[in-house]
Design a protein around this ligand. Structure first.
Ligand code: EPU
Length: 452
């Protein structure tokens, strides 16, 4: 991990990326199972844990709350929740790690109370937790928000969480996961409707079920019969590989006219992405070891609209944009999940990308977008930040760019690898929040990249 002084990459571009890379464990799984481990009364072990900053932040928070964590650098983590003594998250930790709000579940189960500030994480929009608060309310939890301090105080109104039926007004990935963590130890049956469908959620379900939970998914309906105890699985739970990292390397392979074998990639989690790779004329081959992506002939411009699973995932659109700068024709990216996921656009322009905002045609913005739109909002103002068009192919050139969020950061690094000349990518500690040793992996693939 870098020090504050070493928070940039210097990249000599113009490289074709080729070779083999092994994908790490999924950030968006490991963070949730670590929180879930606090629902146990005994130690729990996870393997294939990525070495990323978000886990360091979360383990630090957990240790301060009395949990013993051994994160020994060999991709294994031991969590012993028996010493958990606090139901409070401080502002500093909450600002650094967004999933801190998921601690509502173990704190409420163990103490009947939770005091947690508004979450932080990547600034991809307002990212409120109104749906989560409403969900907790269904489980018999009353919540007060103090706007002067930014803290939520939640209290169980019953002796134990009560199983509930709750329907999300719009799907939410971490909201669904919070619902699972509440339901698994609640009294009686819970039913979560309009639950999100991301496979990362299913890995959390698998972990809980092998630990004694009774969770059944029927599409977007999840039925949970609460249990009094969870037991550490006999075989440590192995974190599934990170499909978002796979996509990053796939885009790097095709944008650089290269050839990358991504070991550990799971095709079933990437069906929609692979369909789009077919559509642009990119090549891939699925094997039992992973997926190989390679460039064979000029890429075609293809437009995408991000959508909740099983749609084209929001996390994939930034690396997709780099690929589209190299494709023939005009493509568009319409973002419907978050209201601020185009932080990389101005930065890509600095490297010569022809990318600009355009107004999408949307019949019903309130239904189309997953984020909340205030009834008083000027719709044109909202819409004109949600779509870009990209003209290609463009020869990118070197420049100085700044990382705005995790996926945008990885995108700028790929762009700098294929751009001619030298680039400096500033703020790479944000990339380390979710990518394990990105610079080492790219170096092995032929990138000329060093931390400065
Ligand atoms: N939303 C609300 N109110 C809520 C909950 C969500 O307005 O109470 C909005 C969000 O602001 C967003 C939309 O609904 O505009 C969808 O949000 P969702 O809750 O599904 O996203 P998330 O749980 O905050 C997770 C991942 C994201 C990933 C999305 C989509 C984690 C820690 N984060 O976010 O991953 O993009 O689901 O799958 O699991 C990343 O890894 O860089 C990342 C941002």
């Amino acid at each position: 991990m870098s020090t504050l002084e070493e928070n940039a990459y210097r990249i000599q571009g113009g490289k074709t990326l080729r070779g083999e890379v092994t994908v790490s464990g999924a950030k968006n799984v490991v963070l949730k199972v670590l929180v879930a481990a606090l629902l146990f009364e005994e130690p729990v072990v996870f393997t294939n844990v990525p070495v990323i900053r978000d886990i360091l932040e979360l383990t630090h928070l957990l240790e301060e709350a009395g949990v013993k964590v051994n994160y020994n650098g060999n991709h294994e983590i031991h969590v012993d929740p028996r010493g958990l003594h606090s139901h409070t998250v401080d502002l500093l930790h909450a600002a650094k790690i967004r999933v801190s709000f998921m601690l509502f579940a173990p704190f409420l189960v163990k103490f009947g109370k939770a005091v947690i500030p508004n979450p932080g994480g990547c600034r991809l929009g307002a990212r409120p937790i109104d749906r989560q608060i409403e969900l907790m309310n269904a489980f018999g939890v009353s919540t007060e928000y103090d706007s002067s301090t930014g803290y939520y105080t939640s209290t169980c109104t019953t002796k134990q969480l009560e199983g509930a039926t709750y329907r999300f007004s719009k799907q939410t990935h971490t909201g669904t996961e919070l619902g699972l963590l509440l339901a698994v130890r609640a009294r009686g049956r819970s039913v979560i409707e309009n639950a999100a469908l991301e496979p990362e959620i299913d890995d959390l379900i698998d972990f809980l079920n092998t630990s004694g939970a009774a969770i059944h998914r029927q599409g977007s309906k999840i039925i949970v019969d609460g249990v009094p105890h969870l037991h550490s699985p006999k075989v440590p739970h192995r974190i599934v590989s990170d499909r978002n990292e796979v996509v990053t390397f796939a885009c790097a392979a095709l944008a650089s006219k290269g050839d990358i074998m991504v070991r550990g990639a799971i095709a079933q989690q990437l069906t929609t992405f692979l369909e789009h790779i077919d559509a642009i004329g990119g090549k891939y081959a699925v094997s039992e070891n992973g997926i190989r992506f390679w460039y064979e002939s000029p890429l075609k411009a293809v437009s995408i609209t991000t959508a909740p699973e099983p749609g084209f995932m929001t996390d994939w659109q930034a690396p997709w944009a780099v690929m589209m700068t190299q494709a023939e024709g005009v493509s568009s990216i319409h973002e419907t999940i978050f209201e601020n996921r185009f932080g990389y656009v101005s930065e890509l322009r600095r490297l010569g990308a022809k990318i600009r905002f355009e107004l999408p045609e949307v019949r019903d913005p309130y239904a189309t977008y997953q984020f909340n739109i205030k009834k008083t909002a000027v719709l044109e103002k909202v819409l004109k930040k949600q779509m870009v068009t990209i003209s290609g192919p463009t020869s990118l050139h070197g420049g100085v760019v700044n990382v705005t969020d995790l996926r945008a950061g990885a995108t700028l690094v790929i762009a700098a690898c294929i751009a001619s000349g030298e680039s400096v990518v500033n703020g790479v500690s944000i990339i380390e929040r979710g990518y394990e040793h990105l610079e080492n992996k790219l170096h092995v693939l032929g990138a000329d990249i060093e931390r400065v």
